[in-house]
Write a protein that binds this ligand. Structure first.
Ligand SMILES: *[C@@H]1O[C@H](CO)[C@@H](O)[C@H](O)[C@H]1NC(C)=O
Ligand SMILES: *[C@@H]1O[C@H](CO)[C@@H](O)[C@H](O)[C@H]1NC(C)=O
Ligand SMILES: *[C@@H]1O[C@H](CO)[C@@H](O)[C@H](O)[C@H]1NC(C)=O
Ligand SMILES: *[C@@H]1O[C@H](CO)[C@@H](O)[C@H](O)[C@H]1NC(C)=O
Ligand SMILES: *[C@@H]1O[C@H](CO)[C@@H](O)[C@H](O)[C@H]1NC(C)=O
Length: 290
């Protein structure tokens, strides 16, 4: 791992934070956010802001059926979103869960830094009861909504964890699969350990503040609690069209908890459902440098 004086490089720390409001950062404008406010628990998040998925997407051999139900995706009533996987024998493969996708899509701007971040914690079930759990905070190329196939649409996983392990994975997917520029189906990936399942700040920065003609020196970085843990550069991708799908094409946010499938493998009989297995989100926000 490289060690950079990241605090000096990029002092993006909050001046003032109130409970789960997106912070203000010097030199940045807040472009878009959801703080999941609302006094009552058991409400769905705003359907003006989010598409709440209500089907089995049939991806990656995952087991869950996504339900637009407060059983699986709800405002907590305390300014958070909770995505809760549940055993449910009335659906195919025995699990329901939640997945929301932002209607908002953003394009990182030339000459600026774009920041996407969320505060996230996980339910307190012990790790040995989380076999098969696969929560994620990520962005996907909006061209997928018009039919561009994965991974050509571009995907950046800001945070994934698997099986309750105290490790966050950051990954870029692009180009073609298998193989291709992003080494699919693995992707260009790195991980960082986290101290516990409690609140952590997960951030991605698209840095296009470099010289306009020099897309190769643009970069995308992954940060956990202000610590850099993964970087990709235009130079590394080496193809301006593929770089565009990750660095300057419209991207939208996804928050979900998958169960089973390619990355974690399937749950076992010890796997527990419910709030102890949830992903909870304090806010999600996007900023752009002034
Ligand atoms: C929460 O409840 C208070 C007191 O009833 C009310 O003033 C406020 O508008 C409510 N906030 C939301 C987001 O519903
Ligand atoms: C189980 O799934 C069915 C079908 O989606 C749903 O109607 C029911 O409310 C679910 N039960 C629970 C406890 O989530
Ligand atoms: C389920 O998987 C977890 C994590 O690998 C393990 O600790 C546990 O013993 C497993 N349970 C069974 C019944 O195999
Ligand atoms: C995202 O994709 C949808 C569906 O193709 C389209 O209607 C919308 O305009 C796109 N948004 C952006 C910002 O490109
Ligand atoms: C990303 O690019 C910016 C602007 O060129 C540069 O200052 C920064 O050091 C780069 N970060 C990494 C981790 O390469």
């Amino acid at each position: 791992m490289r060690t950079l004086p990241v605090a000096l490089l990029f002092p993006l720390t909050a001046a003032v934070t109130s409970a789960w409001s997106p912070p203000t950062y010097d030199g940045f404008n807040l472009v878009w956010s959801d703080a999941f406010s609302g006094n009552e628990s058991g409400q769905l998040p705003s359907q003006e802001t989010w598409d709440i998925i209500d089907k089995d997407l049939g991806l990656n051999n995952e087991l869950e059926t996504y339900c637009a139900s407060p059983e699986n995706v709800q405002l907590s009533g305390k300014g958070t979103l909770q995505i809760v996987p549940r055993r449910n024998s009335s659906v195919q493969n025995g699990w329901t869960s939640g997945r929301i996708e932002s209607k908002h899509a953003f394009t990182p701007e030339l000459g600026r830094r774009t920041v996407a971040e969320a505060y996230i914690r996980f339910g307190s079930n012990p790790t040995d009861t989380k076999k098969g759990m696969w929560p994620a905070f990520w962005v996907l190329g909006n061209s997928s909504r018009a039919g561009t196939k994965w991974p050509g649409c571009g995907e950046l996983d800001i945070l994934e964890t698997v099986n309750g392990v105290l490790e966050g994975h950051g990954t870029a997917h692009c180009n073609t699969s298998p193989g291709g520029i992003c080494d699919e189906t693995t992707g260009l990936t790195s991980q960082t350990s986290v101290p516990n399942q409690d609140w952590q700040l997960w951030r991605m920065i698209w840095d296009r503040s470099t010289d306009a003609s020099d897309w190769q020196s643009e970069n995308i970085t992954w940060w956990a609690n202000h610590k850099l843990f993964h970087t990709i550069t235009g130079n590394q991708i080496g193809d301006s069209g593929v770089w565009a799908t990750l660095a300057h094409a419209p991207l939208f946010f996804i928050l979900n908890v998958a169960v089973g499938g390619a990355l974690p493998g399937n749950p076992n009989s010890t796997t527990a459902d419910g709030y102890g297995a949830m992903m909870e989100v304090g806010y999600v926000a996007q900023y752009v440098s002034q």
